[in-house]
Ligand binder design. Structure first.
Ligand code: ADP
Ligand code: GN1
Ligand code: MG
Length: 363
């Protein structure tokens, strides 16, 4: 069956209000397959086929999402907010589960958050500032979530030294035969091997605490209100797990403070925009500062470099592996993505003193 018809058919297995009018694929996001299901009822819906090559235990993943979204829903209600709009809301299947499985895949459904947009670039600085406030608030809302309840949905997700050794293995395996053509990029990463363990060492020594973190805080994982430009809802909760707050801050900067798209081919257009860095830092610290320790605050710029280097390694490893992980829209897209990340790393390294000054200003 054609994919779109498969999604329309699967949608009937969920308790949706009204009838399905049409389905439209959403191509933002590198991991899951996502459709908007339009209905003639009160709500539209998001139907997602979970990528089970990447999330090998979708049952545990759904348990995480159920417990996190119901925890957030209760808090939002208590604070006078709108839980249908301010957190993801799972839709039950006709037989009372929160996922549907058949031989085409493993699906879940959320209520579609209306009148909001997930941006790939910070079109206006205020969008990025507001995203920072929303991610900072998300962090705060989950600060008393019982971390032991969470499954690790992807092992060693932001353990950068482990990502580094996976990267070296990909280079050695050279499954696609592309490694020889990217030796400059490989060398750039190898020169930063020692840097990779700076955050994990401090987690091991207890200087940096493990918290419940989102772990995938790029700008397109937050819905921004079309009228007010405010961050409405943090989405893409597949990787909510114990982690460092530096990962969440860092990943937002990696993606949203870049002057260009993640796959920009013209590297002269790619740099870390210091004014966007300042917008984000100001917003994030205004929400999260009180819960952070001194080391975390001081190391925010390191978090940004770490997440960017790590993502560059992951994109390049996937290019060398023959594009097995991230969804592609054209040939060699992972290489373009890797190159922007490495360009950002060297730009951030040259701006580290300026970044530190910004952090000092708002802490
Ligand atoms: P992926 O893991 O592939 O990144 P996401 O969960 O981030 O998948 O979803 C992909 C895109 O679908 C998002 O960037 C957003 O545009 C849209 N989306 C996801 N959930 C919702 C929702 N509840 N309401 C509106 N749009 C959504
Ligand atoms: C993926 O799912 P998505 O597109 O929001 C990836 C992140 C990467 C990001 C790079 C589960 O995020 O870790 O940082 O691509 N998610 C997973 O854009 O691997
Ligand atoms: Mg996403």
């Amino acid at each position: 069956m054609e994919e779109i018809n498969e999604f329309i058919s699967v949608a009937q297995s969920f308790k949706i209000k009204g009838s399905v009018i049409k389905a439209e694929k959403i191509t933002i996001g590198h991991i899951n397959t996502t459709y908007r299901i339009f209905t003639d009822g009160e709500d539209d819906y998001i139907l997602q086929k979970i990528n089970t090559d990447i999330f090998c235990d979708p049952y545990s993943l759904m348990e995480n999402i159920m417990s996190v979204t119901s925890f957030l829903g209760k808090k939002i209600l208590k604070n006078g907010g709108n839980p249908k709009r301010e957190t993801l809301k799972l839709v039950e299947t006709q037989d009372g589960r929160y996922f549907y499985r058949d031989d085409t895949g493993f699906y879940r459904m959320y209520i579609f958050i209306t009148n909001s947009t997930s941006y790939n670039t910070a079109k206006k600085p205020i969008l990025f500032h507001n995203a920072a406030i929303a991610f900072g608030r998300f962090q705060k809302l989950l600060s008393d979530f019982p971390a032991h309840k969470l499954h690790e949905t992807i092992k060693n997700f932001h353990v950068t030294p482990s990502r580094y050794s996976d990267f070296i293995k990909s280079v050695e395996r050279n499954a696609s035969g592309r490694a020889d053509m990217v030796s400059n990029e490989i060398d750039f990463i190898k020169e930063r091997k020692d840097f990779c363990s700076i955050i994990t060492d401090k987690i091991a020594s207890g200087e940096i605490p493990l918290r419940v973190t989102h772990n995938d805080t790029k700008l397109n994982n937050i819905m921004i209100d079309n009228d007010t430009d405010e961050g409405v809802c943090v989405i893409d909760l597949d990787t909510v797990m114990p982690g460092s707050l530096l990962y969440d801050f860092g990943d937002s900067i990696r993606f949203g403070a870049s002057s260009a798209a993640e796959d920009e081919k013209d590297l002269s257009k790619v740099y870390m925009d210091l004014s966007l860095f300042e917008e984000y830092t100001k917003g994030f610290l205004s929400e999260a500062k009180d819960t952070m320790n001194e080391t975390e605050i001081k190391m925010l710029p390191v978090g940004a470099i770490m997440m960017t280097l790590e993502c560059g390694m992951r994109f390049l490893a996937d290019h060398i592996d023959g594009d097995k992980y991230f969804a592609l829209h054209y040939e060699n897209q992972n290489l373009d993505r890797a190159r922007t990340q490495l360009k950002l790393v060297s730009d951030m390294e040259s701006k580290i003193n300026l970044m530190n000054k910004v952090v000092e200003k708002y802490s």
